[in-house]
Design a binder for this molecule. Structure first.
Ligand SMILES: Cc1cc2nc3c(=O)[nH]c(=O)nc-3n(C[C@H](O)[C@H](O)[C@H](O)COP(=O)(O)O)c2cc1C
Length: 243
């Protein structure tokens, strides 16, 4: 990502598939897009959905707990979506917060990324040459796929790769806890393509970097995309056992 307006929304752009399996537990049927017509606000009376709090029990190196989470819902969410709709309609782009993928994405990673994008669009019935339909689909990211709430995860810029793995642990916990609570999520790195907009909106401190957003809501089981199952490489490609 990070190349410009058309590529930023191109067919095989950021994480276009919406499926995934988690270790030890299948969450493949619980991902986005999320049911658009279900509650516009969380059912709980407090303002922080419970999974976001419990997820902070994630293990971290040295107990650094390097994440910071902002939760957006209700009227502010409506405003953020309107801001993004305007930016996308007018082709505004920003310098991404970081390289979402390595600049030189080599095989097999490049092939996998391409394959999941193509599989998803095939599943949706969107042809390869229908760039408009692909862009429109990708733009739904910035509507949170209809979800009623979203998390944004930021990290102190002085943190390094090991602490980014801590963020992953928090976010994975969050996704699993969401499933346990009957909710579904979609992690969204695409928000890192608009760090200025999100940073201004959320009043993110300069010393923090936006990692990703995460839509949370109720799965729309009738949505075709939610029936997509992604591939996993053969164990022989990634597993070595030393006996
Ligand atoms: C860190 C992270 C960021 C993601 N960002 C996006 C995103 O911006 N938009 C999207 O639609 N899906 C996003 N996804 C969901 C992936 O596209 C989805 O998991 C996809 O199916 C990739 O296949 P896999 O999960 O089986 O590896 C993201 C997933 C992760 C873990």
């Amino acid at each position: 990502m990070g190349q410009g307006p058309s590529t930023s929304l191109r067919a095989n752009g950021v994480g276009l598939g919406l499926r995934g399996e988690t270790h030890g537990r299948d969450r493949s049927h619980s991902l986005s897009p999320l049911r658009p017509r279900l509650p516009r606000h969380p059912r709980r009376s407090d303002s922080t959905p419970r999974p976001g709090r419990k997820a902070s029990r994630a293990a971290t190196g040295g107990n650094l707990q390097p994440w910071h989470i902002a939760i957006v819902q209700g009227e502010p969410m409506t405003r953020l979506k309107a801001i993004m709709a305007e930016k996308i309609a007018t082709g505004v782009t920003e310098t991404p917060a970081y390289d979402i993928y390595p600049k030189e994405l080599v095989a097999p990673y490049r092939d996998r990324r391409y394959a999941v994008g193509e599989a998803m669009y095939a599943h949706l019935g969107i042809p390869r040459d229908d760039k408009t339909a692909r862009r429109d689909w990708f733009a739904r990211n910035f509507e949170f796929f209809g979800a009623p709430a979203a998390y944004f995860c930021t990290v102190d810029r002085r943190m390094g790769p090991p602490q980014w793995s801590d963020l992953g642990m928090y976010l994975q916990n969050l996704m699993l806890l969401a499933v346990e609570a009957g909710l579904a999520t979609c992690p969204q790195e695409c928000w890192a393509m608009y760090p200025e907009t999100v940073g201004t909106f959320l009043e993110i401190r300069e010393d923090r970097m936006l990692f990703c957003g995460m839509a949370i809501g109720y799965e729309d089981k009738s949505a075709r995309v939610n029936a997509l199952r992604t591939e996993r490489a053969d164990e022989a490609e990634w597993l070595t056992t030393i006996r």
